[in-house]
Design a protein around this ligand. Structure first.
Ligand SMILES: Cc1cc2nc3c(=O)[nH]c(=O)nc-3n(C[C@H](O)[C@H](O)[C@H](O)COP(=O)(O)O)c2cc1C
Ligand SMILES: O=C(O)C(=O)c1ccccc1
Length: 378
C-alpha cells in the first residue's frame, strides 16, 4: 500500500523548484533550452496536428462529478500490474533519442523515476543500451520494441532486456512507418542521423553482423533500414509470445477489434495511444478511444493509456474512464531538457502532488475506486 497524507504537499512543492509549474510554461522553457529542430521534433505532431489538438481538447469534454464527505485524509494510490505492485498509477512512456534533450538522456530519466518507484519504458531507439540503462538505477524498467525488419535483432533485444531485469515488453504497433511530420521535414531533421538513437544497435552483435563495415554512418543507415517494418502482423505477436516469458503489452491500440484480438492472442496488456498525435494525423483522440476499449476488454487484461496527459486531473479522468495506469510523455521530456535529472524529479514531485490533490478533492481515497467515479461528457 502506498499511503499519501492528503494535506502534506503545498510548501514542499514550492521549495527549491526550478521548473515552471504549468505545462504551457514548461513547454516554453523547453523551447528556450533546445535547438529549434530538437524542440519541434519533440513538440510537434504529424500532418496538420489535428490529432495532437484532439488529444488536448478531448479532456475538456469529460467532466468529473465529485462525491464528497468521504474522509479523504489518507490516499492509497498503489496499483498492481502483472503480479507487481507499484506505488503510483504512472509509467514513463518510451521516448527515443532522449540525448537530444540532455546528455544523460535515459540515465537521468530512469534515475529520477526510480525515486518514485515509477517504471521507465526504455525505447528501442534509446541513447544508451539496455544493459547500461538496466544498471543505471534500481528502479523498475520495461522495454519498448520496434519490430525490426530482421526479426532476429528484435529477439536479441528482448533477450537482452530479460537478462537485464526488465519487467515487460511493450510492442509499439502504430509506427510501422514514420508519421508524416511536416516540421521535421521542413527542418530536414532526423535525430537518428545525429546518433542519438543507437545505444541498443551499436551494442548488438546480431545487428552489427548485418553491416558491411562498422562505422557511424553504417550504423545510422542500418537503424533506418531496421526501424520500420510495415509487414508487422498478428503472427509476429504470436511468435514473440513463444520467445519471451515477460508480459507483452501492445502500444498504439485505438480500435476495439484490435483490443479483442489482442486478448485472444494472449497478450498481457494494452496501451491505448495515438503516439501523442505523432503518427497518423486525424485519428481519434486516445481519451475518446478509451471507454469502448475498456468495455470490450472487460477486465480481462490491464488497459493502460497515453497521449495528452498534462495534469493530475487529466490522469484522474483517464483512470475514471477505466484505465489501469497512465503513461506520461512530453512533460517529462521537457523537464529533462530544462533541468536534467533534477528537472524530471521535480516534475514528478509536482505532478504527483497535483494528482494526489485531484484525487482528494474528487472524494476518492482508494485508486481502485476511481473506476466507479461519476464522469460525464459533452
Ligand atoms: C520525442 C518523442 C519520442 C518518442 N519516441 C517513442 C519511441 O521511441 N517509442 C514509442 O513507442 N513511442 C515513442 N513516443 C511516443 C510516446 O511513447 C507516447 O506515446 C506519447 O509521447 C504520448 O503523448 P504525449 O507526449 O502527448 O503525452 C515518442 C514521443 C515523443 C514526444
Ligand atoms: O519520434 C517518435 O515518436 C518515435 O517513435 C521515434 C521513431 C524513430 C526514431 C526515434 C523516435
Amino acid at each position: 500500500m502506498s499511503i499519501y497524507k492528503s494535506n502534506d504537499y503545498i510548501v514542499q512543492s514550492i521549495e527549491g523548484n526550478q521548473l515552471p509549474i504549468s505545462y504551457e510554461e514548461l513547454e516554453q522553457a523547453a523551447k528556450a533550452a533546445l535547438s529549434p529542430q530538437a524542440f519541434s521534433y519533440i513538440a510537434s505532431g504529424a500532418g496538420a496536428e489535428e490529432t495532437a489538438h484532439k488529444n488536448k481538447n478531448a479532456f475538456q469534454r469529460y467532466s468529473i462529478v465529485p462525491k464528497l464527505l468521504n474522509d479523504v485524509s489518507e490516499l492509497d494510490t498503489s496499483i498492481s500490474l502483472f503480479g507487481k505492485t507499484y506505488p503510483t498509477p504512472f509509467v514513463l512512456a518510451p521516448v527515443g533519442v532522449l540525448k537530444q534533450a540532455d546528455e544523460q538522456g535515459d540515465f537521468a530519466v530512469t534515475r529520477a523515476a526510480s525515486k518514485f518507484g515509477i517504471p521507465f519504458i526504455q525505447s528501442t531507439v534509446s541513447s544508451f543500451s539496455i544493459e547500461e540503462v538496466g544498471q543505471s538505477s534500481d528502479g523498475p524498467k520495461w522495454f519498448q520494441l520496434y519490430w525490426t525488419s530482421l526479426e532476429d535483432i528484435s529477439f536479441s533485444f528482448v533477450k537482452r532486456a530479460e537478462e537485464a531485469g526488465f519487467e515487460a515488453i511493450v510492442v509499439t504497433i502504430d509506427t510501422v512507418t514514420l508519421g508524416f511530420r511536416e516540421k521535421d521535414l521542413f527542418h530536414g531533421y532526423s535525430p537518428l542521423a545525429h546518433g542519438y538513437g543507437q545505444g541498443n544497435f551499436e551494442s548488438d552483435d546480431v545487428f552489427l553482423s548485418t553491416l558491411d563495415e562498422v562505422s557511424n554512418s553504417a550504423i545510422v543507415d542500418g537503424i533506418i533500414k531496421q526501424i520500420n517494418y510495415p509487414a508487422l502482423n498478428w503472427s509476429h505477436i504470436e511468435k514473440l509470445k513463444e520467445k519471451t516469458s515477460l508480459p507483452i503489452l501492445l502500444k498504439g491500440v485505438l480500435h476495439p477489434d484490435d483490443a479483442l484480438r489482442a486478448v485472444d492472442c494472449g497478450v498481457e496488456g494494452l496501451i491505448v495511444s495515438n503516439h501523442g498525435g505523432r503518427q497518423l494525423d486525424g485519428v481519434i483522440s486516445s481519451v475518446d478511444a478509451l471507454p469502448e476499449i475498456v468495455n470490450v476488454v472487460n477486465g480481462k487484461i490491464p488497459v493502460l493509456f497515453d497521449s495528452g496527459v498534462r495534469r493530475g486531473s487529466d490522469a484522474l479522468k483517464v483512470l475514471a474512464l477505466g484505465a489501469d495506469a497512465v503513461l506520461i510523455g512530453r512533460p517529462y521530456v521537457y523537464s529533462l531538457a530544462v533541468h536534467g535529472e533534477q528537472g524530471v524529479e521535480q516534475f514528478l514531485t509536482t505532478f504527483l502532488q497535483d494528482f494526489n490533490s485531484s484525487m482528494t478533492l474528487s472524494g476518492v481515497k482508494d485508486i481502485n475506486q476511481l473506476k466507479q467515479m461519476k464522469i460525464v461528457h459533452d
